[in-house]
Design a protein around this ligand. Structure first.
Ligand code: THU
Length: 160
């Protein structure tokens, strides 16, 4: 028997002003997307933005439904928006922001498992991983340098 340890690393920035200008613009788009959230059931807001290698930024936000399982997360909407518009272009950066109007959550969001799987697929389908920025209601920002930091030990197409 041998034990295998899987680790994950991320950077913590004190504020958006510590990011590069390009990172700030993608993060700002994710923040702007909070305005378009449709979340009457959970009242939990998630905005996201995906920058492609062509330099375009595609936004997304969570979209809920009275039939709860049909709700879709903000980061998936952003990535699928990018994929629908630029199917052959790799993602360069993904920013995800959350806002909870019912309680102040200082820390950045932690994307759900389903979204981690989709984030990984976008790295795999273009054979190029990309960094992810996370922000909550506070100033602090987490930066993960690749999707594998978010989903270590994940499932992918090499098993198929
Ligand atoms: N949500 C996201 O948009 N992203 C996540 O990673 C976690 C959850 C949304 C889905 C639903 O509209 C609401 O937050 C509460 O789960």
């Amino acid at each position: 028997m041998k034990e295998v340890k899987v680790t994950s690393t991320f950077k913590v920035y004190d504020s958006i002003s510590d990011l590069t200008v390009l990172e700030q613009s993608v993060m700002q788009k994710a923040i702007d997307m909070l305005e378009n959230v449709y979340a009457p059931y959970s009242e939990f807001y998630v905005g996201a933005a995906a920058l492609t290698d062509q330099g375009n930024i595609y936004g997304g936000c969570n979209q809920e439904n009275a039939s709860y399982p049909l709700c879709i997360c903000g980061e998936r909407v952003a990535l699928y928006n990018a994929g629908a518009n630029e199917p052959k272009t790799p993602i360069q950066l993904l920013a995800i922001v959350s806002h909870n109007p019912k309680k102040f959550i200082d820390r950045p969001v932690s994307p759900c498992g389903a979204c981690r799987q989709v984030i990984s697929e976008f790295a795999m389908r273009h054979n190029k991983d990309y960094p992810i920025l996370l922000k909550g209601d506070g100033e602090m920002i987490y930066k993960l340098e690749s999707s594998s930091e978010l989903l270590p030990f994940g499932f992918d197409s090499k098993y198929l």
